[in-house]
Structures are given as C-alpha cells and as structure tokens.
Design a protein around this ligand. Structure first.
Ligand code: CO
Length: 152
C-alpha cells in the first residue's frame, strides 16, 4: 500500500510540470465560432459544438440587407432549464433593450442586435458540458432561428 502510494507520488512529481503546462494551455484555448444570419430569418448553423473549459469567441454576421428594425438578429444562449418560448415571449417586450430582458438571469451570453451587413463578436467562457439552446430574440424569430449549443 505504502509502496504504491510512493510510486504514485513520484509519478505525480515527475509529471507535475507537464500537468501545469497542459492546464495553462487549456485555460487559454479559444474556440472560434462564426454564425451567419440572413434576410430569410435563418441562422446557417443548427448546431454549434465547443469544448468545455475553453473561451468561446463567437462572431454573428448578418449577411442580409434589411435594417435591424425589421430583420434584426442576435445570438442569445439560454441557461439550462429555461423554456425557449417563455423566454422569447418576455424578450419580445424588451424592445428598448434590443429584446434582451433587463436584469435577466436566464441567459449565459448574448450579442448585440444587428442589421444587414453588420457583424458583432463576443467572448464568453463555455458553460459546463451539456446541451443548451440558442435563439434570436427578435419578435417572432425564435421559432425559425434556434439551434443547439453543445459543450463536450
Ligand atoms: Co432574428
């Protein structure tokens, strides 16, 4: 028993430098995601996969031409357990805040609302492993503009 413990301890000491290096790299790792949206009220991705423990750098592009007042798009990542429809209904009423309910505790991250030809980038820490939902919270868009955000 003691012998095994000693061996384990030794192995750990020998590898400790490498372990530290790996952890440092993992902390700094960035997963880049480019998500397009258009005048047809669609995202180009129905699924986004990122690695746990990474920083997500997400760029939302609006490749259409319509202004944000009529065809605005954003990316809103919902916390687990939040009902997409309920959130969207509440978000609809938050016009003054670009359809993000003020002081909401239901979202993990969101971009600004953009119109045709615009693009916006955000960075956030990937949440814990699991499946999440992202939507565009512009009124009436969530039914067509939603997808899975998978952390693995
Ligand atoms: Co939209």
């Amino acid at each position: 028993m003691n012998y095994l413990f000693a061996v384990l301890l030794m192995l750990f000491s020998v590898n400790s430098t490498d372990v530290t290096k790996t952890l440092d790299t993992a902390t700094k790792e960035v997963t880049e995601v480019v998500l397009e949206s258009n005048d047809q009220m669609k995202f180009n991705l129905s699924e986004i996969k990122v690695e746990a423990g990474t920083t997500v750098k997400l760029t939302l592009k609006h490749v259409g031409k319509l202004p944000k007042q009529v065809m605005g798009h954003n990316f809103v990542l919902l916390k687990k357990g939040v009902e997409m429809k309920d959130f969207a209904m509440t978000a609809m009423k938050a016009k003054d805040n670009d359809y993000i309910p003020e002081s909401t505790d239901q979202i993990i991250a969101n971009t600004a609302l953009i119109g045709g030809g615009e693009s916006t980038t955000i960075e956030f820490e990937a949440p814990e492993k699991g499946e999440y939902i992202f939507i565009c919270s512009f009124p009436g868009h969530y039914a067509l503009m939603n997808g899975k955000f998978i952390v693995e």
